[in-house]
Design a protein around this ligand. Structure first.
Ligand SMILES: Nc1ncnc2c1ncn2[C@@H]1O[C@H](COP(=O)(O)OP(=O)(O)OP(=O)(O)O)[C@@H](O)[C@H]1O
Ligand SMILES: [Mg+2]
Length: 385
């Protein structure tokens, strides 16, 4: 049998690539079981989706229905509604091989009937006709929650909205308010609002006037701490027949900016460098070589991202400056001088754009370039500036 790859990155992970998060899973599962709404936030690549899927898995084993809707691709209210309805119907039906309900049963109580197609593998796809739905898209998602609740007799259910920040860009002024009504109407369903654009998620969920203010418990996800993550790296290296000494695992963790996705990516690259050298033990030299390889492989993408800021040289300068020195003092005179901008307002505007593009992120009060490999690429391009 082929051995599974030691490390995984770029997509949600499950065990054995999912480590730690015991405390977060406890909180999430207990709130979900109690039908309490949750707001889950973190910068990109910290592991929100993996965590939510893991929690859903645990609850599913206890018979709690959970539906997972990824809103990322939705651009209109009707698309939003059909993604949510499809997620709920799929969850209520259960796996193709062990259907819990018939499709007719599931669709019977819906006020707006979707177009249904069934793939060769039995997977159900639903579409909604915008002309038919009109302004009734809220009825569609309300009916979806009702369907989930009917299917979960005497239990609570879970409905996850991943990439929830998308709703802020739909319609003329965002459609967050519709979810407030949904949250009020959901009696036995824990609605989970998860998203990564922190500034947008905060506008939706925090402070008076925010549509989802006070709607549920906020869970701000941090990185996986060093100890469990380093232990995980060592175990996975062993599974691939390599030794990863603890100090080297810690170095991978630090160099990857402690973000789970990048930690796994760097670990994989270091392991491949050790493999190429026929070495049984992964050394700091392999980590350095692995780091270079990742930067090199992605340099075209980084060049494009940098070029895309071309109309706004202040943004480019701020990005370069933060790559060299992460800083909390973005309004101090020294920083304004370094990035050649006239005033604090210009910095605020530029940082907002960089933040929305998820090129920079704030940890505590310090602004960083979000991707450690991009950070290296930027400093390598501009040593003298
Ligand atoms: N618990 C974990 N243990 C180990 N690695 C993890 C864990 N959670 C996430 N990762 C790493 O982070 C990567 C991204 O995870 P995931 O897609 O869940 O993050 P996310 O926060 O949902 O990202 P995005 O905001 O881009 O949707 C995974 O491929 C994996 O490498
Ligand atoms: Mg995600």
């Amino acid at each position: 049998m082929e051995r599974p790859v030691p490390y995984r990155f770029g997509a949600p992970v499950y065990r054995p690539w999912f480590c730690d998060r015991e405390a977060e899973l406890d909180v999430l599962c207990s709130r979900m079981r109690a039908g309490i709404h949750l707001i889950v936030l973190s910068p990109r690549r910290y592991g929100k989706t993996s965590l939510l899927l893991q929690a859903a898995d645990i609850l599913e084993r206890d018979g709690v229905h959970s539906a997972y809707a990824n809103l990322l691709l939705a651009t209109t209210e009707v698309e939003l509604a059909s993604i949510i309805l499809q997620a709920v119907v799929r969850s209520v039906l259960g796996p193709v091989a062990r259907r819990r309900h018939s499709l007719e049963d599931a669709l019977r109580h819906l006020r707006i009937t979707p177009k249904v197609s069934v793939g060769p593998d039995g997977a159900v796809s639903l579409g909604l006709d915008p002309a038919v739905v009109g302004t009734s898209w809220v009825d569609v998602i309300t009916d979806a929650v009702a369907l989930l609740e009917r299917a979960s007799v005497r239990r609570s259910a879970v409905l996850v909205f991943d990439e929830f920040q998308v709703v802020a860009g739909i319609g003329r002024r965002g459609v967050g308010g519709a979810f407030k009504a949904l949250a009020d109407a959901a009696r036995r369903t824990s609605l989970v609002f998860s998203g990564s654009h922190l500034a947008i998620m905060e506008q939706l969920t925090k402070g008076s006037g925010a549509p989802l203010h006070g709607m549920g418990e906020r869970v701000v996800l941090d990185v996986v701490p060093e100890d469990p993550m380093a232990g995980y790296l060592q175990r996975r290296a062993r599974s691939a027949g390599k030794t990863l000494p603890k100090p080297v695992a810690r170095e991978i963790y630090a160099q990857a900016g402690t973000v789970p996705n990048y930690v796994q990516q760097l670990a994989q690259a270091a392991l491949e460098a050790a493999d190429a050298a026929d070495a049984a033990t992964i050394t700091p030299a392999h980590v350095a070589a692995g780091f270079d390889t990742v930067v090199e492989r992605q340099s075209a993408v980084y060049a494009q991202q940098y070029e895309d800021l071309g109309g706004a040289p202040a943004q480019q300068r701020i990005l370069r400056t933060l790559a060299r020195t992460p800083t909390a003092s973005v309004y101090a005179k020294g920083f304004l001088d370094a990035v050649h901008v006239a005033n604090a307002n210009a910095v605020t505007t530029a940082l907002r754009v960089l933040d929305n593009r998820e090129l920079v992120t704030r940890r505590g009060s310090t602004w960083h370039v979000a991707d450690p490999f991009l950070r290296r690429w930027l400093t390598a391009q501009s040593p003298a500036i």
